[in-house]
Design a protein around this ligand. Sequence first.
Ligand code: GLU
Length: 261
Amino acid sequence: MSTLKEAKRIVFKVGTSTLTYDTGKANIRRMSKLAEVLSDLQNSGREVVLVTSGAIGIGVGKLGLKSKPSDTPGRQAAACVGQCELMFIYDKLFSEFGHTVGQLLITKSDVDDPERCSNLINTFEKLFEFGAIPIVNENDSVAVDEIVFGDNDNLSATVAKLIKADALVILSDIDGLFSANPLEDASATLIPCVDEIDDEIFSLASGAGTNRGTGGMITKLQAAKTATEAGITTVVMNGYDPTDIYKLIDGHSVGTLFRCK
Ligand code: GLU
């Protein structure tokens, strides 16, 4: 697949920096647009999954904390608060467009355990059968390792593999993969298509995300590698304007497309 035109089952991943303002509060305008576009794709007969970050970020904003807590219990408590708020907003927004959402909070141990993993896949399939939209996040409140090491880019690739998705779309605060760091090098250009995610491609990515998000381009490349090796076309694109997703679905080049094997 070299465009997303034919993709039926699509996993979308959206990061904290796309979902929130610098204040840490939810960017309702953007979340609303995202819910509208994904609802429309679901109406067109596609099966949509949303992997969302933002629990800790929105929890920090809601609790009125100055920044993300540096200790694990602090981040876990923020995630408890933020996850409720996040799902409350999604539930409300998707309902406005006639859709029902279901929350799945996943830990790495759920995926590693064969029985729990097969239950998880069955739940996804039932949600698809019921026409509901699965909304996924890491279970940050209990998964200590996931908070310290985990990121939703890799989680989204794992989910895409589990449910045998046709495509994975990672919505970021950057346009895609560049030939150099665009913040440091004005001559950097966007790479529209990558066939092989090798060391040279990894060397183009700089690690740091924003202070609200977790991953940088490296975790996006790791996710793209996992997904493409499983036959899932992957796109990294800017989530600034969620209606750009339509251009992608119509077969146009948006962001960086990673071709699958
Ligand atoms: N699961 C985390 C959250 O909801 C985010 C992890 C990530 O940004 O990759 O805050």
